[in-house]
Design a protein around this ligand. Structure first.
Ligand code: PMP
Length: 360
């Protein structure tokens, strides 16, 4: 740390993203899609589009917001765009949370939430999930705190029902409830329809997972027009041209390719369910994931050992040291059928050998 680094950030522990090696691995560690974006999305990435890069993009993302509004049955004034949901979440934290109004989220969830709170000096509470790693809805009823919930939850893939989200939003009317729906397209339900009723509810969506565009960095939030106007004030104060023109066009095309995506979502969830069955047969315990990843643990072999042996065999998955009680769990992105068959073969051989590393 240099002597110039603001004292404000003393002790800030930045988010550590999953490894991003280029090639050489079956990459099941950061919940990307194993398939490319829809062909019409690729068509937008042409020299003609690139030749416009001399000009600034539309700072309002007007055409894309109109398309998203029609798709979700809301108005453009209910949508604000972000450069990935990491940025959208940052705008939301800046807009609504502060020293007097902190934020609560589960202890097992997306690791960026505590980092953003620390960066912006926002007090936060981690509410422990239950023994089965489920979010206990009662812990969030009438707590008069700002709340952030990933639904389905990050790491576990477990989803709350819409009625439960509605209770949480309805019983905390003076605070903002953020539902991070990074994985919602795989679960088949969304809290977006509730945003017309609950003015304190904001839903965050991303193109990274279910639109197969993690590299494009595109996200949006949907909520009541006055909440969105507040987020927009922060966005305009921070980075008014936050979405580049090539990504804006690609984002529009993706919304027009519904069939491609629904077909591939089905493929991914079918592969997920088949892989879960095969892993259970090998003695793994899994959460009931509604997302494009599995969360699994083996009773007999430590998570770090399975992680290391998979990595040696060219398969990258994700493991978290914190909180400690999930350190034996592995989060495994659902890849292609072939990739998951390779995973199962590797796990079979690891399980057959047992906890060999530990015994060496
Ligand atoms: N929210 C959750 C729950 C996530 O798991 C992730 C991906 N790591 C994000 C947000 C960030 O997604 P994006 O690529 O849109 O920034």
């Amino acid at each position: 740390m240099s002597k110039y680094f603001s004292k404000r950030h003393t002790g800030l522990a930045p988010y550590v993203p999953g490894e991003q090696p280029r090639g050489g691995f079956i990459k099941l560690n950061t919940n990307e899609a194993p398939y490319p974006p829809a062909p019409a999305v690729l068509d937008t990435l042409n020299p003609g589009a690139a030749s416009c890069l001399n000009l600034y993009p539309d700072p309002d993302g007007t055409a894309l917001r109109a398309k998203l509004a029609a798709y979700h049955g809301v108005d453009s004034c209910n949508i604000v765009l972000g450069n990935g949901s990491d940025e959208t979440l940052a705008f939301i934290f800046l807009a609504f949370f502060d020293g007097s109004h902190g934020v609560a989220f589960p202890d097992v969830t997306y690791g960026l939430y505590p980092v953003l709170a620390s960066l912006f000096n926002i007090p936060y509470t981690r509410i422990p999930v239950g023994d089965t790693l489920d979010v206990n809805v009662e812990d969030y009823i009438g707590i008069d705190r700002n709340i952030v919930l990933a639904n389905p939850n990050a790491q576990t893939g477990i989803a709350l029902h819409i009625g439960e989200i509605e209770r949480i939003a309805g019983t905390n009317p003076n605070r903002v409830v953020v539902i991070d729906e990074a994985y919602a397209d795989f679960s088949g339900f969304s809290a977006i329809p509730l945003t017309g009723t609950y003015e304190n509810l904001v839903v965050v969506r991303t193109y990274s997972k279910s639109r197969f565009m993690a590299g494009a960095r595109l996200s949006y939030a949907i909520g009541d027009s006055s909440l969105i106007a507040d987020i927009e004030t922060v966005r305009r104060s921070y980075n008014p041209y936050n979405i580049n023109s090539v990504t804006l066009a690609a984002g529009e095309a993706a919304i027009d390719c519904g069939d491609y995506y629904t077909e591939h979502w089905r493929r991914i969830t079918n592969t997920r369910d088949r892989t879960a069955l095969a892993m259970r047969a090998l003695g793994f315990t899994l959460t009931d994931s509604s997302a494009n990843f599995l969360f699994a643990r083996n009773r007999d072999i430590p998570g770090a050992e399975i992680f290391g042996r998979l990595r040696e065999g060219g398969i990258l998955v994700r493991r978290f040291d914190s909180p400690e009680r999930i350190s034996d769990w592995l989060r495994i992105t659902v890849g292609t059928e072939g990739q998951m068959e390779a995973l199962i073969r590797a796990l079979e051989s690891i399980v057959k050998r047992g906890g060999a590393y530990a015994k060496k």
